[in-house]
Every structure is written in C-alpha cells, then in structure tokens.
Design a protein around this ligand. Structure first.
Ligand SMILES: [Zn+2]
Length: 464
C-alpha cells in the first residue's frame, strides 16, 4: 500500500465520521433539481399568463393570478402568506383618441397610469419636441401637445410643464416602433396627472410630426374612462426555515402592465422565484430564505416599500432582486462593497464562461431593491440581458408568454439558484445594516438623486 493510498483511506474514514455527524437531510443533500424546478416555474407562469392575463395591481386578473400562485405553492407543501396593503392605484377604462384632420381615423393609444377620466373634447395638436422648456412653441394653450420619445423628463415633470403652459393633454410617442403600444405609469407617488397623457404608436406619432412640420393643421378628439382609485392588494411570502435568525430575502415583482400578459416584466422573476421555492423546499439551510412576490412595483414600488417598512431591525444578510433578469453574465452588488468578497468567491468557483463579467458593483434606481437599500439593507441583483427580440416588447401588448423560452428560465435559474443556495448555506456571512450616511452615499456616488427626487425618494431621510 503506497503512502498516497493510506492517506486516501484516512480521508475516507474521517469523511465518513464527518458525514455521520451531519443531520440526515444534509447527508443526502444532492444538488437541487434546478432544471426541473425551472420548468415547473415556466409552466406555472404559462398558466398565470394564459388564464388571467396582465397583472395590473388591483385588477381582477392580478388577484386571480395571485390566488393561483398561492394554490400552486401550497400544492408543493409550502405555506404562502398574503401580506395585504393598499395603495393609490389606477384602472384602465376605454381610451379614445381619434384623428379629425387632416383625415379621420382612430389612433392607436393607451392612457398612461394616473390619467383621470374626462369628457370628450376636440383640440389642435402642437409639436413640443422633447418637452423641455426650450422646445415649446409660443402658443400651446388649449392644444394637445405631441411629445417626442427623446424626452428626458419624468412623466410628472413633463405633464406639469405642459399643464402650466396651458396644454389640455399630451400624446407621448412610443420609443419602440412596429405598431407597438406601451403602457407605463404617469406617477410613482400615486397622484393623478395634471392633464390626460396618452401613449401613441410610434408610426402614428412620426406621421403627425411630419404633418405639423409641413404646416398642416392636425386635430384630434380625445376621451378616456381610465381612473385613479385606491386598491387593496397583497405581497405573497414563502419562508424557508434556517438555523440562524439572519435571513436572506429574494424578491420579484408579481404585478405587470395590463396590455399584454406580463410574461417578461416580470413573469421572468415570478417564475424564477417559484423555481427557487420548488427546488429549495425541505432543505437544510444555515439562513432562512424569505421569497417575496411584490405587487405595485410598476406604479411606484408600493409592495417593496411596504415590506421594507415592516422589516424594523430584523437581521438581514441581503436582499436579492429579480426584475427581468435573463441569463446572468454578472452579479451586481448595487454599490455596496461589503458583499463583494463573498460574491467574488462564488463567481470564482464557477467557470469564467458561466459568468463572463463576474462581479459588478453599480447602483441603479427603479425597482424593488431601492426601498430595501433605503432601509440600510444590502441589495443584489444580476446583469442578465434578455435578447432584443423579446425585451423590446416589455410593457407592450406583445409581452406574452411566447416571448419567453423555457430555456431562459432553466439557464437563469441554475445561476441564480446556485448563488442563493451558496449565501443561504454560508456559515461566514452575517446580517448587517449600513449607517444612514453610508446609505446616502450609495445613491450620491451614482448620481441618482435627481431621478429619485422626481419620484419623491429624495432628499434621503434615514428611517427612525
Ligand atoms: Zn419590472
């Protein structure tokens, strides 16, 4: 027997002793069935999309789909909990914009969220370019402003400016062509828009711009029954137990826009979260995992604001946000450096081809990680590009399940699941919160104050 063989047997014996000292579930813990779980997530999402439609928060479709998701989680032996909250919501009624001159035909429009109902009226259309102060022509009073997609202002800013200039409404040309019609919110704080704003198909918008440039008179008749109303809704939470009280939160917004099926935005995250629940149930974990499907994201991060406000001083390792994450090419520490070493260690274990950009550390604003960040919690997400032929349809009528290949959920869940499991089984990570000055710096370092101010998140106020 060679020395090497003897060492080998010694290793086998001590490994055996180690294995016997572990709980039975850990002893037989094979790698989670990521691919099967991901396929179950995609199948579940297909039912949500086709049986209920777009999941605008507060709608019958959203409520039906949330009930269905809870039932499917219970069928896995899990105990999903509804956490109700209410928010200033909005519902779409009939939106009509008809061209009256130089010819008559209906235009392809959808009111922006928080447009209020109004009686039909007729008005002349005037081109306001990108909607900045310098872009306005002299006379706007009583007219409908035609706004270019190059506009850099938030809906609140451009609608208030047009209102102050005396405009009666806005036609906002879509950034995507091909007859697409984009839904989006006009407010992140739940306030009614100062005047009605309609998304307009790009080709029709360009046509009106050309007519106006040639000095033609363009007239339209507009009307909508869309309206603001307070809605009752809920987040859905699944808790997977762990040995320590320090939890890992993984969240994805469940709500979507109403014109399509919300398959991409954010059916992707909804399916990935379901796949995590499917794969990780019954597993021995060092840290409990809280899986949370948020509502109200599209209209102002209402669900994650509610959840983050309820955290109090609970110990949290990190919050991982899954909002339209395709197959990851990097994990993003969102500006907080303290988790970077753990993420780098994880990334190095993977083959470079499996995560080509490794660890990024760039904060951005506009999804459910922000309320957690503001509460001092470390947040993460992934850089997971979605192919152009799919992603172009988000918020559109064509955001439907046929744009989401099952393989994208399979490939992305393998990466996301591996990181979640690595963090949840780590014995070296512990919960922490940033101090208020550190949190403030997280946003100022990336110049996010202006956009956050426009939606009521700035100046930064530390939570008591
Ligand atoms: Zn989204």
């Amino acid at each position: 027997m060679s020395n090497r063989a003897r060492q080998g047997r010694g290793l086998t014996l001590s490994l055996g002793a180690l294995l016997l000292s572990l709980p039975l579930s850990q002893l037989f813990a094979a790698a989670p069935p990521w691919a099967d779980s991901a396929r179950a997530g995609h199948a579940m999402l297909t039912r949500l999309c086709d049986d209920f439609g777009g999941r605008l928060t507060g709608s019958v479709a959203n409520e039906g789909a949330l009930t269905q998701l809870a039932a499917e989680l219970r069928a896995l032996g899990l105990q999903p909990e509804r956490v109700p909250f209410s928010m200033p919501g909005w519902e779409r009624g009939a939106d009509h914009v008809e061209l009256l001159a130089p010819l008559t035909r209906p235009l392809r429009v959808a009111a922006l969220g928080y447009t209020s109902p109004h009686a039909p009226f007729e008005a002349e259309v005037v081109d306001i370019g990108a909607g900045g102060v310098a872009d306005y022509p002299t006379v706007v009073t009583g007219k409908i402003a035609l706004l270019d997609p190059a506009c850099a202002l938030t809906a609140r800013e451009f609608s208030q400016l047009a209102f102050q200039r005396g405009a009666r409404g806005i036609l906002f040309i879509d950034r995507e062509g091909g007859g697409q019609l984009l839904a989006r919110t006009g407010s992140f704080v739940g306030e009614a828009l100062a005047l009605p704003v309609y998304s307009l198909a790009q080709e029709e918008g360009r046509w009106l711009q050309r007519l106006l440039k040639r000095g033609q008179t363009v007239r339209v008749r507009v009307a909508t029954k869309s309206q603001c109303r307070v809605v009752k809704t809920a987040n859905l939470v699944v808790r997977l137990p762990g040995r320590s009280p320090e939890r890992l939160i993984v969240g994805a917004h469940f709500d979507s826009w109403d014109l399509g099926q919300g398959a991409l935005d954010n059916g992707i995250g909804t399916a990935q979260l379901f796949a995590l629940a499917h794969a990780l149930r019954g597993r021995e974990l060092a840290h409990p995992i809280e899986l949370i499907w948020f509502n109200g994201e599209e209209q102002g991060l209402w669900g994650s604001r509610h959840a983050a406000a309820q955290l109090g001083a609970e110990p949290v390792i990190a919050m991982i946000n899954l909002d339209m994450v395709g197959v990851p090419i990097a994990v993003n520490a969102l500006g907080d450096t303290t988790l970077v070493p753990a993420l780098q260690a994880w990334a190095q274990k993977r083959s470079p081809a499996a995560l080509p950009r490794g660890v990024e550390n760039i904060n951005w604003f506009g999804s459910d990680h922000t309320p957690y960040q503001l509460a001092g919690v470390r947040a993460l997400t992934f850089n997971g590009p979605i192919p152009r032929e799919s992603v172009r349809f988000y918020h559109d009528f064509a955001d439907t399940i046929d744009k989401l290949p099952e393989q994208m959920i399979v490939d992305s869940t393998a990466v996301i699941g591996d990181l979640v499991l690595t963090l949840a089984t780590s014995t070296t990570l512990s919960a922490t919160r940033r101090t208020p000055p550190e949190t403030e710096k997280l946003f100022t370092d990336f110049g996010l104050e202006r956009r956050m101010q426009a939606v009521g998140y700035w100046p930064f106020k530390a939570k008591p």
